[in-house]
Design a protein around this ligand. Structure first.
Ligand code: MF3
Ligand code: CO
Length: 279
């Protein structure tokens, strides 16, 4: 079970989380059309080192990147690749920092949008006006749906964080996440969970994104947790890709990922925030 930390340990956790927050913000700012996951990973690695941190993922046997990057139907543990992001891609960045042996973990998902003038792409074929209008409308509807999908995950994370209060139970966090995600018509991925974080990247207790209020381990003042919203647009089943790391949805619906590390208290303290999309 995750131990409550003393104030010296919490100071180091805050420092670790501050580095993670800055690196995540940098990653989000870097993501745009034509940029690859490998490039984002490089930016994150440089930022973490510049700020005096180390790569927590080094402690995962066989993993040599600073981040996990997942696109569209991928959900977690994506290995950064050379594929360039395209307009409309849903991209998630997951990263963890180690500072003087103290780990913090965070992730965020964003929608990649075309930069520049907004000129329509050259039509390859002559299309009727009505067909063009229909296509443009379809694109907008898709974009709106993707934005709603991301907003739901972010809100679910905040709902979960609010439950990281002394005396609550793990199930209170889990249930808050599940309620928001399912309320919007999406599914929580059940085979992957949040976790305690601190002395190592993954510690007890497990923090599922689904469960019952009032159930599970009691949260104590000074515990440090990585709360994760791992969810899918469609069914919650995931499959492992042939690279042996990346999980994607079995039905190829979108995957989303929002994660922060927090200190449990009378008021939860977010270590790896604030919201990077709000600057
Ligand atoms: N950050 C991931 C998690 O949320 C762990 C990634 S482990 C890696 O727990 F090996 F895939 F990097
Ligand atoms: Co995690």
């Amino acid at each position: 079970m995750a131990k409550a930390r003393n104030s010296y340990e919490l100071r180091l956790m805050r420092k670790s989380g501050g580095i993670a927050a800055k690196a995540l913000k940098k990653a989000i700012e870097t993501i745009s059309v034509g940029v690859s996951g490998v490039e984002v990973d490089e930016v994150v690695k440089r930022e973490i080192y510049k700020l005096g941190g180390d790569l927590s993922y080094k402690t995962v046997p066989g993993y040599k990147y600073a981040t996990c990057i997942t696109v569209n139907e991928q959900v977690v543990h994506g290995i950064p690749t050379d594929r360039k992001f395209e307009s409309g891609d849903l991209v998630s960045v997951d990263l963890a920092v180690m500072y003087k042996g103290w780990h913090t973990d965070c992730a965020w998902s964003v929608l990649v949008r075309e930069q520049g003038t907004g000129n329509p792409p050259k039509a390859r074929f002559e299309e009727s006006k009505t067909r063009r209008a229909r296509l443009a409308k379809g694109g907008r509807v898709q974009e709106e749906e993707k934005k709603k999908f991301l907003k739901t995950g972010e809100e679910a994370l905040w709902d979960g964080i609010k439950q990281a209060v002394t005396g609550n139970r793990v199930g209170d966090i889990s249930n808050a996440i599940q309620t928001k995600v399912e309320g919007a018509g999406y599914q929580v991925v059940r085979s992957l969970v949040g976790h305690g974080v601190g002395r190592s990247l993954h510690e007890d207790p497990e923090i599922p994104g689904f469960g019952e209020k009032g159930k599970g381990p009691v949260l104590k003042d000074g515990m440090t947790l990585a709360i994760e919203v791992i969810y899918a647009q469609g069914k919650s089943d995931v499959v492992l890709e042939s690279d042996g790391w990346t999980f994607k949805t079995a039905d190829n619906s979108w995957g989303g990922l929002f994660e922060t590390s927090v200190i449990v208290g009378g008021k939860p303290e977010v270590l790896t925030g604030p919201n990077p999309t709000m600057g």
